[in-house]
Design a protein around this ligand. Structure first.
Ligand code: BES
Ligand code: MN
Ligand code: ZN
Length: 503
């Protein structure tokens, strides 16, 4: 388990900033053409430097405006960074704050300091309390510090940041309340990093067996999580032929992983999260084109988010029963691989005609979704890099959401907004269902033009007995702003959703 940075709160008055013996000081500044409360203090010993910077409009205090002062006279701190917070009494919306928070995190990390002090006057966010602000800030700081250790790469940058200290308490909540929110954000950030680590690991290392090993490791570190792993023999016995058909062409054994956290009463029904764990998706016999195929190591991001969320849950210890499930296989072409046109059985008893072996995610998920019926779940969310069509529809900004229960969908949308990890709903209307009719089996694994919706239609045939939502994270799990690295999404959304369940 990687070591977390330490985040503390050690209050100081503004006047004390000058004498602070700090390696790096990050100070939030409101937008103002003139000197104000904070800039006055910064200006006093600096021969009018701040005033000059204001006149030259280098320092504006506008949202995300940044200024680096390597040697601020009158200040003991080695480096001072100023960051714009926008107008003092203007409330930010969640998006604006989310951007500000990641700017603060980037500044803090790029300062190259081991130890950073942060002074932020009140940041008002619409309908949010200061504790929410600190939760997102500490999450972004921990998550922003993430660096994948590339085994086998000799030269790689190293994060020096070890310790962050908030110098002031802005707003009207108690220090205890703020501290517990900081802890909460911190743990969610750590969960995101667990998820990123797994997803970034090359597919020759991150195999289904590797995931199974990691699940057992999480159990060892957090004994409140009990792990069970099924191999191919056990799955065959149960009748999970559809899941197994995906790994037919691979030398790697498929695995089915169940992680159970029992914090609630025995009688309280569990909430279940199910992750797609395709450790590499070549497309199988319906092989993918070569360009960017390396990105298909991220095809287990759904399962990575299950690991990250379970880790966060184990640390937060809510009074809930939560089960994390991972359906894992490697999708390869070979003489033993499933062929287009093959018909397989599912655990549910329905048969599937596999018209395209590249639509494999739904094939592993459907058996997992049937298996979990035995737990009589209160709600089920599956998380999958399921369709390229979802990236076309929503880009890298929003996760696709489809559900058979509008109340559940509304709760997830809300959790997306309040964790700054947004989802957007697409319809799951009956009129799409006929797109996946098959001539030779009960269901075809592809069909129609609306790829994300018909994929969800396929899954909906296996989730009739409980409240279920599907998250398509093909666009949000990696890529976009973060480039070819894992984003750690949607760990924040999932954690937020689970913690908002009745305890
Ligand atoms: N893992 C892919 C989906 C994907 C594509 C994720 C791009 C991230 C980026 C999935 O298994 C897949 O191949 N889906 C096909 C479905 C099609 C054959 C109906 C797709 O989206 O092209
Ligand atoms: Mn595929
Ligand atoms: Zn896939």
């Amino acid at each position: 388990m990687k070591k977390l940075i330490s985040i503390s709160m050690n209050l100081k008055k503004i006047e004390a900033l000058k004498s602070l013996n700090s390696e790096c000081l990050v100070i939030g500044i409101y937008e103002d053409k003139n000197l104000n409360e904070i800039t006055k203090i910064l200006n006093s010993d600096s021969s009018g430097l701040l005033k000059k910077l204001l006149t030259r409009k280098e320092l504006t205090g506008a949202l995300k405006n940044q200024l680096y002062l390597p040697d601020m006279s009158g200040f003991k701190a080695n480096k001072v960074f100023l960051v714009g917070l926008g107008k003092k009494n203007k409330e930010l919306n969640e998006d604006e704050f989310s951007q500000l928070s990641s700017t603060i995190s980037k500044i803090t990390i790029s300062s190259n300091a081991k130890d950073v002090d942060i002074f932020l006057p009140e940041i008002k966010v619409k309908l949010k309390k200061p504790s929410w602000v600190y939760k997102i800030l500490s999450r972004d700081l921990e998550s922003g510090c993430y660096q994948y250790f590339f085994e086998g790469k000799k030269t790689q940058p190293k994060n020096k940041l070890k310790k962050i200290n908030f110098l002031n308490l802005a707003g009207n909540e108690s220090k205890a309340k703020i501290l517990s929110s900081i802890k909460m954000g911190h743990v969610i950030g750590a969960g995101m990093n667990t998820s990123k680590d797994l997803a970034n690991t090359p597919a020759n290392i991150c195999t289904p067996s590797h995931l199974a090993k990691q699940a057992k490791l999480i159990s060892k570190t957090f004994p409140s999580i009990k792990t069970k792993v099924l191999g191919e023999k056990e799955m065959k016995k149960l009748g999970m032929d559809c899941l197994l058909s995906v790994g037919n062409g691979s030398a790697q054994e498929s695995k089915f992983i169940i992680m159970q956290y029992s914090g609630g009463k025995k009688t309280s029904k569990p909430h279940i999260i199910v992750g797609k764990g395709i450790t590499f998706d070549t497309g199988g016999i319906s092989i993918k084109p070569s360009p960017n195929m390396d990105e298909m190591k991220y095809d287990m991001s759904g399962s990575a988010s299950v690991f990250g969320t379970m880790r966060a849950i184990a640390e937060i210890k809510p009074k809930l029963n939560i089960i994390g499930v991972v359906a894992s296989a490697e999708n390869m072409p070979s003489s033993t691989a499933t062929k287009p046109g093959d018909v397989v059985n599912t655990l549910s008893g329905q048969t599937v005609e596999i018209l395209n072996t590249d639509a494999e995610g739904r094939l592993v998920l459907c058996d997992a979704l049937t298996y979990i019926e035995r737990f009589k779940p209160a709600s089920v969310i599956d998380i999958a890099t399921l369709t390229g069509a979802c990236v076309v529809a929503l880009g890298h900004q929003a996760t696709g959401l489809l559900s058979n229960d509008q109340n559940l969908a509304d709760n997830i949308l809300e959790s997306g907004y309040s964790s700054c990890d947004k989802a957007w709903q697409l319809p799951l209307w009956d009129e799409y269902q006929s797109d996946i009719n098959s001539k030779y089996a009960d269901i075809a694994n592809i069909g129609g033009r609306a790829g994300t919706i018909t994929a969800a239609c396929f899954l909906s045939r296996f989730t009739r007995s409980y409240k279920w939502a599907h998250l398509d994270i093909a666009g949000t799990a990696y890529g976009g702003r973060v480039g070819k690295t894992s984003s750690g999404r949607p760990v924040p959304l999932l954690t937020e959703y689970l913690l908002s369940r009745k305890q």
